[in-house]
Write a protein that binds this ligand. Structure first.
Ligand code: URA
Length: 235
């Protein structure tokens, strides 16, 4: 791959023309040698490329945990409303990033932002049944019989069959956690609506076996370490 393309693909804050300028100024090295030509061919797996002495660790894909605030939409771009991609800090940006799955505009919590289409597909495919855990606050106290009804698989909106879901009541009777193994449109809200209740606050707190970092503020992001990526697919 060309040096300028390699650096800008890994460093979202540097365009290819920035890299050309950095090379011209002698700030880029390949295997310890200063390189002035930005079109040099590098092997991204084997060569050590550094900018201002800081080595670039090659990552084929990135996986970002975002704590989505309400009011932001899960899209790559929108003329009117702020999107989740606009919350990604420049150093984590790169071509091809997209939100893997959607939360409603008023829902908070864990959204995976990645450029790995294959992992996103596996995480979202109804066949893979990756669990998604939600914290739910309700308008009415939780009806105890719902635990069993959700476990059996609720039918919503006059015929749509849901997969069995696990409902874990909270200490507060208005709060619970819900683990779903699929992602139908507005599913959590529709499940409670169908049982005569209403969701007043919703937050996704876990995908697969990876919990949302409780220290991550609303609107904050962190890069998911490679050792944790498989947890996104754990059943
Ligand atoms: N279920 C919903 O109703 N809304 C979401 O954003 C996610 C799950």
């Amino acid at each position: 791959m060309r040096l300028d393309r390699f650096i800008s693909s890994q460093r979202g804050d540097l365009s290819r023309s920035d890299v050309k300028e950095l090379c011209r100024r002698g700030r880029v090295t390949v295997n310890g040698e200063t390189v002035k030509k930005a079109d040099l061919s590098v092997n991204e797996e084997r060569d050590t490329v550094a900018v201002d002495g800081e080595a670039i660790v090659y990552r084929k894909h990135v996986y970002i945990m975002l704590n989505k605030p309400a009011g932001v939409i899960c899209a790559t771009k929108d003329r009117l409303t702020e999107t989740v991609l606009e919350l990604i800090p420049p150093e984590l940006r790169r071509d091809g990033l997209f939100p893997a799955g959607r939360l409603d505009k008023d829902t908070e919590g864990f959204v995976l932002i990645t450029d790995d289409g294959e992992l996103a597909h596996r995480m979202l495919s109804p066949k893979s049944h990756v669990p998604k855990t939600y914290f739910v606050r309700l308008e009415q106290p939780l009806e105890p019989s719902l635990k069993e009804r959700f476990k059996q698989g609720l039918v919503i909106d006059g015929g749509e069959q849901c997969l069995p879901a696990e409902l874990i009541p909270g200490e507060d009777p208005f709060e619970c956690r819900l683990i779903l193994h699929e992602g139908k449109f507005h599913q959590v809200k529709r499940m409670f609506q169908g049982c005569g209740n209403r969701v007043t606050y919703l937050k996704r707190i876990q995908i697969g076996a990876l919990p949302l970092d409780p220290k991550l503020p609303l609107g904050g992001c962190l890069e998911i370490l490679h050792k944790d990526v498989d947890k996104l697919l754990a059943r």
